[in-house]
Write a protein that binds this ligand. Structure first.
Ligand code: 8DG
Ligand code: MG
Length: 317
């Protein structure tokens, strides 16, 4: 049997207070009774964005004003291959309501895991909860200067996701720095991931772990609970597949472009990057030569956003 291919446009409608709108599918529908991001199938010859506009009028009674690609998810259901083309909607006119009689609810992003969604939605829930920018800390011998840099990025750049990468520190120094960084991140509502062995979460109660590609490839299963965030560094298709197999929440994929420190490195480039992201089972941050100015371009090729050391760190503090 050849499976039906279904292309669906769906919206994560975001309110200014950060809540997102979800709706419940009718009990009799496919995936009935489960919660969803409003949307529906593309009509013949429609683009994703055209379908999104139409579905938002039909299902919620709102006029789309501004949307950005969030994530594209391919998923095999028993009876069909589905492509969910998900957009983050940040401006619209009208007051959304369940125009087809379906219950709708504005929920906190952190509360989303408490609602039952179709199996295809897991990467979307992750993408909705993750910011567009991922800061990787620079090597910095001096703790005070480190904290000044981090605080500047949290305050001025409004960074909400941080990876503590400090390969030159010994275990005691790493622990002290991780504890100080965690306290600072908590004060700013930011998440802190440790670039370290997963067992480090027993020593420092950070928000998660970022795996090096070597650690990623050595694992047989997800090393930390679902309540913690698991990121990983990837550089090729095999590593992306492995990240899906051990259920990483997100990855970085690098090097996209040359950097001042590696001007002659072999890079992935935007074209191949887009193709690799399309096959990924989780949100992907573009890394390597990226600044915040590339965030929209990265979104346009399917990425969650950009990851960078340089753009967030090399400032006078
Ligand atoms: N809209 C939406 N559909 C989802 C999500 N997750 C998920 O697996 N799906 C599946 C369920 C359906 O098989 C398909 C969407 O079809 P749909 O029933 O919403 O299509 P539609 O609005 O065009 O409605 P219809 O006229 O065909 O009944 O995608 C989601 O978050 N939002
Ligand atoms: Mg629908």
């Amino acid at each position: 049997m050849i499976k039906r291919r279904v292309h669906v446009a769906a919206a994560a409608v975001m309110r200014e207070d950060g809540r997102v709108l979800i709706a419940r599918r009718p009990a009799t529908a496919d995936q009935g009774g489960l919660w969803e991001f409003p949307g529906g199938k593309l009509a013949p010859y429609e683009t994703g964005l055209e379908a999104l506009k139409r579905e938002l009028i039909e299902e919620l009674g709102i006029q789309l004003k501004r949307a950005q690609p969030l994530i594209r998810v391919h998923h095999e259901y028993a009876d069909k291959h589905i492509l969910l083309d998900v957009w983050q909607v940040t401006a619209y006119e009208g007051d959304p309501y369940g125009r087809e009689g379906q219950p709708v609810r504005w929920v906190e992003v952190d509360d989303l895991p408490n609602y039952p969604f179709p199996a295809a939605n897991l990467p979307i829930l992750r993408a909705v909860a993750l910011p567009q920018e991922y800061l990787i800390t620079a090597e910095e011998a001096d703790d005070t200067r480190f904290l000044q840099h981090l605080e500047r990025a949290l305050e001025k750049d409004r960074i909400r996701l941080v990876q503590l990468r400090a390969k030159e520190l010994d275990a005691d120094a790493y622990q002290a720095r991780a504890e100080a960084a965690l306290a600072l991140c908590r004060r700013h509502g930011a998440k802190l991931l440790l670039n370290a062995d997963p067992s480090w979460l027993e020593r420092v109660d950070a928000d998660g772990i970022h795996l090096t590609s070597a650690r990623l490839m050595a694992l047989k299963q997800r090393p930390i609970p679902a309540a913690k965030w698991l990121g990983a560094s990837t550089h090729d298709a095999a590593q992306l597949t492995q990240a899906g197999d051990i259920d990483c929440d997100f990855v970085t994929l690098s090097p996209l472009a040359p950097t001042p420190s590696h001007p002659d490195a072999v890079t992935i480039g935007w074209h191949d990057f887009q193709q690799m992201v399309e096959t990924a089972a989780m949100p992907v941050y573009a890394l390597g030569g990226m600044t915040r100015h590339h965030a929209n371009q990265a979104r346009g090729v399917g990425a969650q956003g950009i990851a960078s050391i340089r753009d967030f760190w090399l400032h006078d503090v």
